[in-house]
Design a binder for this molecule. Structure first.
Ligand code: SME
Length: 162
């Protein structure tokens, strides 16, 4: 059993404590699936107002569903489709206030309104996965979420090698 002391009072504290927890739970573990599964569980448990939290992995030049929490989701995402495809193809974090205004959005869960998708690169700067957070609330994610999730994405670069 893992016990983490996560201060959810404000976003800087939340993301600082989440980073520490993600660091600790993946330290010394080489299995990518185990690490993604535990990080998805931590993000889901502690980040408020989400309807989906998890990973898509790069495989054969497309994204494929990885460990997650939430409703069953689309399995394959081409790189020219959706918020996840854009993050993976550009290498840039995507913070979308309302996915209904995003051309090519893939509606896996009709409840999703805003999304934050952060690419994860390996040490050679190849994109290997993305972290995808979905919320039923418009404008749910801001700069503090972007910064906090980017740090966790960077942490995972050599902890989810497949
Ligand atoms: N909506 C995403 C697809 C993944 S699901 O939300 C879990 C997108 O447009 O990339």
């Amino acid at each position: 059993m893992f016990n983490y002391d996560i201060n959810t009072a404000d976003k800087p504290s939340l993301y600082e404590d989440l980073y520490t927890a993600c660091e600790a739970i993946t330290a010394g573990e080489e299995d990518a699936i185990a690490n993604m599964a535990n990080v998805a569980a931590l993000l889901w448990q502690y980040i408020p107002d989400l309807n989906w939290a998890g990973f898509y992995r790069m495989k054969n030049d497309a994204l494929i569903l990885g460990p997650f929490q939430g409703k069953a989701a689309c399995i394959h995402i081409p790189l020219d489709k959706g918020v996840c495809g854009k993050a993976a193809s550009t290498g840039e974090i995507q913070c979308i206030n309302n996915v209904h205004d995003f051309e090519g959005h893939i509606a896996c869960d009709a409840d999703s309104v805003s999304e934050l998708v952060a690419p994860i690169s390996d040490n050679d700067s190849n994109i290997i996965a993305v972290i995808d957070l979905d919320s039923p609330t418009a404008n749910r994610f801001d700069e503090q979420d972007v910064e906090g999730i980017s740090r966790i994405a960077n942490l995972l670069s050599d902890r989810i090698s497949i």
